[in-house]
Design a protein around this ligand. Structure first.
Ligand SMILES: NC(=O)c1ccc[n+]([C@@H]2O[C@H](COP(=O)([O-])OP(=O)(O)OC[C@H]3O[C@@H](n4cnc5c(N)ncnc54)[C@H](OP(=O)(O)O)[C@@H]3O)[C@@H](O)[C@H]2O)c1
Length: 265
């Protein structure tokens, strides 16, 4: 299987490094394209993959074409690529906000859409994978295999991609916001900045692992650490009074709505 990445950016690098390191696709079967020679040199040196500055030439013998350019670049690069695709090539798009129907333009092109997130850069990503109209189960398996090299994957319907964007796509920023707030408060309490960072990070990672490994619901685990009249109760009551949960729910609805707006152009 020959896999060509269009756009040698951060996301492409995360996925290429994952698939090469895990042997999902041998480096000789991976090609990346970009307009920057510097990026291409970096990919050659770091991952020993093929590189090209010519998108059309690169996709001409590709079995899988991964669209990893910024969404605003898509209209400029797609006509050349589309004209050079092999008839049976699979297109995997990681571009946010571009529906598969905009990629195919009604033509018989098999597209799988993926919404990854930035923890993919450290192999701890979460990707929602959705079939376009003509994508087969085998196509979904190929996309899953590629994205599983950088983290967790789930299959969803394309109409659910905007909710996935609101949850795991934008989600790392919500967790960073929480970490930022916790570290800021610890600073106000005059705790050393390095210690605050270490404890805050270990707390978020530890809480996530506890939930994952016990299989318990978030609410149950929260109740378990919230004894009546205790310190955690004082904190949670303050959050409830100030509508923290309602704010997070409203934030996710706003993210989903924005994702829909972007998809509709
Ligand atoms: N980062 C995320 O959390 C995230 C999450 C979900 C989805 N995505 C999607 O992933 C995609 C890539 O994001 P990214 O953060 O990796 O972006 P990025 O770092 O900007 O990568 C895009 C790369 O494409 C290159 N490029 C520009 N024009 C090109 C052309 N004509 N032919 C080939 N390559 C070209 C860019 O070069 P220049 O820099 O020189 O322009 C850049 O190296 C985006 O569509 C984004 O929506 C990202």
């Amino acid at each position: 299987m020959k896999v060509v990445f269009i756009g040698a950016g951060n996301m492409a690098e995360a996925v290429v490094s994952g698939i090469v390191a895990n042997g999902v696709v041998p480096n000789g079967n991976v090609c990346v394209t970009d307009i920057s020679e510097e990026r291409l040199n970096h990919f050659q040196k770091s991952y020993a993959v093929e590189t090209s500055i010519d998108n059309a030439a690169a996709v001409a013998n590709a079995d899988v074409v991964v669209l990893s350019v910024k969404p605003q670049i898509f209209p400029a690069v797609w006509p050349d690529i589309e004209g050079a695709l092999k008839p049976d090539a699979l297109v995997v798009s990681i571009m946010a906000g571009i529906p598969s129907s905009k990629i195919t333009g009604g033509k018989a092109i098999r597209v799988v859409r993926v919404m990854p997130n930035t923890p993919s850069l450290v192999g701890e990503g979460a990707s929602g994978i959705a079939p376009g109209e003509l994508a087969t189960d085998a196509d979904l398996k190929i996309a899953e295999k590629i994205l599983a090299a950088v983290g967790t994957t789930v299959i969803v319907k394309e109409e659910e991609i905007d909710a996935v964007t609101a949850l795991s796509g934008s989600g790392p920023a919500y967790v960073f916001y929480l970490l930022e707030s916790m570290i800021e408060a610890a600073g106000q309490m005059e705790l050393d900045a390095g210690i605050s960072r270490e404890l805050a990070l270990a707390t978020v990672i530890g809480a996530a692992k506890l939930m994952q490994e016990t299989g318990e619901e978030a609410g149950e685990l929260r109740n378990k650490v919230t004894s009546k009249g205790g310190t955690t109760a004082a904190a949670i009551e303050t959050m409830q009074e100030r509508g923290v949960k309602e704010s997070i729910v409203a934030a996710m609805w706003a993210a989903q709505a924005r994702s829909r707006e972007l998809a509709n152009g």
